[in-house]
Design a protein around this ligand. Structure first.
Ligand SMILES: [Zn+2]
Length: 274
């Protein structure tokens, strides 16, 4: 296997040339994502070619891009038609009951890199003086003490030229709580030895999803060198006032990186929402 030079934070992905055939799924009877689910995800402007049924953070659902949705969450994405739309930023639900402290924790399986990145991510958000402030708690607490956003470890091989760096467990709930967490792919650590800034940036990107951010370029996926999905109006995506509707190559919320900090438009968007 050889790696192409360009590193994309990307669907939090890295583009790789895979010269050997992956036989990872051979002989495995994979459950297919139904046409109905695909249609709903595409209606909400997700790129579905790698969508698959999986279990993530203890729940069954669909992994698509760097997101995971339960079947119920996919229905929710489709319940509110927002339109007409051009190019947008946030999803339908946001975190409510502001000002609010959001507790976060990280799985020790992600090592000191994961631990340091969590602290870095907390600083990134807290420096913005938002109505959401982030506070670290121990991993694995139960009940009410459990972190609002848990960062877990998963291990997933690269496939089809991409490796997923992180995966968020959806967007905020209708009740106005953040998504319950996200995973970081430890295969990424093993394969590419990322810097602290890259892991911190990836965590900040995934937290962005947990509190309601869509990908800045969700309509086109242009940051990944793709041009897909352009044209029809989607659902569950609302433009944030004061942010551009044109290309924004340095946004931390681009589908593909390598941003590791908020750019000015990200800061405006955070300020408008929180
Ligand atoms: Zn993302």
């Amino acid at each position: 296997m050889k790696k192409q030079g360009i590193l994309f934070l990307l669907t939090l992905s890295v583009i790789l040339m895979i010269s050997c055939d992956s036989s990872e799924n051979e002989g495995v009877n994979q459950e297919e994502v139904s046409k109905d689910l695909i249609a709903k995800l595409e209606n909400a402007h997700f790129v579905t070619h790698n969508a698959r049924i999986t279990t993530f953070m203890g729940e069954r659902g669909v992994a698509v891009e760097d997101m995971f949705f339960t079947f119920e969450q996919i229905d929710e994405l489709n319940q509110e038609i927002v339109g007409p739309v051009t190019k947008q930023y946030r999803t339908t639900n946001l975190v409510k009951k502001l000002p609010r402290v959001i507790t976060v924790s990280v799985d020790p399986a992600l090592g000191s890199l994961g631990s340091d990145a969590l602290d870095g991510m907390i600083n990134m958000y807290n420096q913005e003086n938002l109505q959401l402030t982030f506070q670290r708690v121990a991993f694995g607490l139960k009940g009410k003490r459990k972190a609002n956003i848990e960062v877990t470890e998963f291990y997933e091989l690269e496939s089809g030229g991409f490796i997923t760096l992180g995966r968020a467990a959806g967007f905020p709930t209708r009740k106005g709580d953040p998504a319950k967490g996200f995973g970081i792919n430890s295969r990424w650590f093993e394969l590419l030895n990322p810097s602290l800034a890259e892991v911190t940036g990836t965590m900040a990107h995934e937290v962005g999803h947990c509190i309601g951010f869509r990908h800045t370029d969700y309509m086109t996926r242009e940051s990944c060198g793709q041009n897909v999905n352009e044209g029809s109006a989607g659902v569950g995506a609302i433009h944030i006032a004061g942010t551009p509707t044109t290309s924004d190559a340095t946004s931390l919320m681009q589908a593909c990186g390598p941003a590791d900090r908020f750019n000015n438009n990200d800061k405006i968007a955070l300020d408008v929402l929180y």
